[in-house]
Design a protein. Sequence first.
Length: 248
Amino acid sequence: MVFCILQYGRRTLYRITHFPLWNLKKAATFVVAFFIMEKNTYIVIEGNIGAGKTTLVNRLAQDIDARKVLEQYADNPFLPKFYNKPDKYSFQLELSFLAARYHQLHKELSNRDLFQPRTVADYYFVKSLIFAKATLSDDEFKLYQSLFSIIHKQLPVPDLYVYLHLSTSRLLEQIKERGRPYEQHITDDYLSSIQKGYFDFFKQQPNFPVVIIDVNTKDFVHNEENYEQLKSLIFNRNYEQKIYKYEL
């Protein structure tokens, strides 16, 4: 019998797992997955509007006993105004999000918890630049980009970046299903521009692993098997600093 005793957060101080000697491969897989998870202490789950990133972060944070960082979009007074009159409120919206995201990430990522060292976030700071490019005029974006560049380098980069990819038609279905009134004016063109922004960002070869997972044909929210498959893709592989693409 092989025994694995591994420290695993503050809620369960030790996880003791035993495997028969004939199942050493399973034991080895368990140990490798644990140490990969220990290496990836700051994980970002990203995606377009309606991709399910916040739902996934909530579930993952509970499963691995991690702190979660969720974007506080509902507190932004410019968001409903922007969706009704984007030309009028886009600059105010993007500046307010820039400030809010910076302050939140700086606070959460600067104060690591010894007993809960892993953090899972439902956005990365570069999201600010991607959305701003899709909504601002050229002159506004140049000014915004200069402000972004000043503060961006003060934040850490993730150990692992996961992007949930869905077609714009699927995104619109899920946006309609969750029923936020101010989101019902979102168009296919707007989602396409956001999606293009993300993929342009990936082409810049960021200095951390980027894992793009196509979830168009799966439902990780309501299907437990799909969720476990997705979690396995995130935690059971040792990713290097390059782009990976998978279909769930």
